[in-house]
Design a protein around this ligand. Structure first.
Ligand code: HEC
Ligand code: HEC
Length: 215
């Protein structure tokens, strides 16, 4: 009996993602001669909005781990991410996802007043959709504050506008992106490019709904 218990304990601990191990992966990677995730996504998970590198802080661990799996298996094709995702074991994916998911969200990028009208249109689309073009309110799936809905729909608030726009345009062109992307293909099918730009600008300006990294 005692032996069974002893044997069960380490295997339970081994199943629990370890954010401290994930921090090391973010900092210095898993293979010598290759950078860690932070070289692009930064240690605080803010990403680099200007060059379209997405922020990771604010996502659920489930979403991060799932996307890493998609990149590694070419279900989501991206030449930047594929090599880094392939370096990770499934366990390391869970660990690094746990690290980034626990971070508090950085404040959104500063708003340029010149973009006020664009963001106002984006807010309208986000909250009310555009029924004439089959566009449902984004908040209906991504949460009214863009906070995401668990493993179903990812967190959007504060995300890099260039990155958001690139994703929307690829779906608009009919590309699934990954096995979860069908809904977004339908959503963006008849969306005008100006509206995709507007909603991306609005979403980038949304403050952290999960301040403190809890969700
Ligand atoms: C050389 C730069 C670079 C490195 C290093 C890098 N990434 Fe990325 N990552 C990117 C880029 C660029 C994208 C956007 C891909 C796209 O446009 O589809 C991305 C996308 C992602 C996404 C998808 C985000 C979303 O919004 O769907 C996740 C998750 C991710 N990276 C996690 C990681 C993790 C974890 C590591 C370390 C193991 C890492 N990345 C290392 C550049 C990098
Ligand atoms: C019916 C539900 C639904 C609606 C409505 C919806 N989405 Fe999504 N969205 C999803 C799902 C599910 C995913 C995950 C797709 C994947 O992993 O490929 C997603 C993913 C995304 C992503 C990718 C996030 C990332 O980090 O890579 C963006 C950007 C996005 N949606 C924006 C929007 C916008 C903007 C609207 C409104 C115009 C919208 N969505 C409306 C369900 C929805």
């Amino acid at each position: 009996m005692g032996l069974t218990l002893l044997a069960a304990q380490p295997s339970h601990a081994a199943d629990t993602p370890d954010p401290a191990a994930g921090r090391t992966i973010a900092e210095s990677g898993v293979l010598t001669g290759h950078v860690g995730c932070s070289a692009c996504h930064l240690m605080n998970g803010a990403g680099q909005p200007d060059v379209g590198i997405p922020r990771l802080a604010g996502f659920s661990a489930a979403y991060i781990a799932q996307q890493l799996d998609f990149f590694a298996s070419d279900k989501r094709s991206n030449s930047w991410m594929a090599p880094y995702a392939r370096m990770l074991t499934p366990r390391q994916m869970q660990d690094v996802a746990a690290y980034y998911a626990a971070l508090p969200e950085p404040p959104p990028a500063e708003n340029d007043p010149a973009g006020d009208a664009l963001r106002a249109r984006g807010k309208e689309v986000f909250q009310k959709g555009d029924m004439a073009h089959g566009v449902m309110p984004c908040g209906g799936c991504h949460g009214p504050a863009g906070q995401g809905m668990g493993a179903f729909a990812p967190h959007l608030a504060g995300q890099s506008a260039p990155y958001l726009l690139e994703q929307l345009r690829q779906w608009h062109q009919g590309k699934d992106r990954d096995p979860m992307g069908k809904m977004m293909v339908t959503e963006t099918h008849a969306m005008a490019d100006a509206d995709m730009q507007a909603v991306a600008a609005y979403v980038q300006s949304l403050p952290a709904p999960n301040a403190g990294g809890t969700k």
